[in-house]
Write a protein that binds this ligand. Sequence first.
Ligand SMILES: [Zn+2]
Length: 345
Amino acid sequence: MNRFFRRPHIEGQPDSADGQTSKFKPATPPVSRSGNGTATDGATGAAIMVPCPHCHTALYVRELEDNLHVCPKCGTHLRLGARTRIAATLDPDSFVEWDADVRSVDALQFAVGTHVYAEKLATAQAKTGEADALITGGGAIAGEACVVAVADFAFMGASMGSVYGEKLVRAAERAKRERLPLVTFNTSGGARMQEGLFSLMQMAKTTAAIVALGAAGLPHIAVLTDPCYGGVTASYATVADVILAEPGARIGFAGKDRIAQIMRTKLPEDSQTAEFQLVHGMVDAVVPRRELRQTLATLLALYRPPAPPPPTNAEHFDAERNPAHDTAPHAAPHETGRIPAPAHR
Ligand SMILES: [Zn+2]
């Protein structure tokens, strides 16, 4: 409760020694409520209660965080930031980020009226603290080493621009080099139109990288989260070996209204939901967020590339006679120290 009703420290005044509220009222009320049902800590400005967007129940932020941002009343899966997703899914301290400094350039000098791409980009970077909408790196899920790519919808709607595509391709290529599976967490509003053709070409580029990964016998497991649209749905995310989706996630290419308008027809109410896509064969399973980590661990174990065969007698003899000669063609990725060792290998 201290967190909610903590007396704010007022510059130049000592805090009361016994922790009790002094006779002076705090400069701001302890809790303020806005019209949409959000309650904030008057001292820090941090939200302490937010309404569920579906059932409108007022939910404590801390309770929501403990429940992986799933409404405990109606089960709605709220959006999860990329960093929170990584922390909730990967083994503690196993994640090593790659290519964090790759940044978009405004190649087209895109500006329409008051919409200036360079400014939008700078605002998104300042707001999220990220360089772009996709975070990639190596890590482990329940001891299973893997490469992960996680999109963050808070960064310009996770639109797929040149940096998003480039980072995904680098992640897939590194997964191939290090003989690791690739897990992608996808959410996107579509292509980043401010980058024009540079954005659209990422569809072909990322798909080609995923195809090359598959040709090398390594799996790509895609998790589709709300919302997943446009170029991401239409490219690498839906050519995965296994496609999982979170309950209620909206998945499609163009929006429902646009399709209804073009086709001059009414779409089913539940079309473009994960459950609808499951029934129609576009996703393999709808997995609640709380079960996602275990499901991924099971899939990674099932898809684990076979261990290299033990050395033959002749190779063993050769290695003993000449220790400098390495009979193993490649050191396993976890042996290079770049990826944590899997628990059961
Ligand atoms: Zn709810």
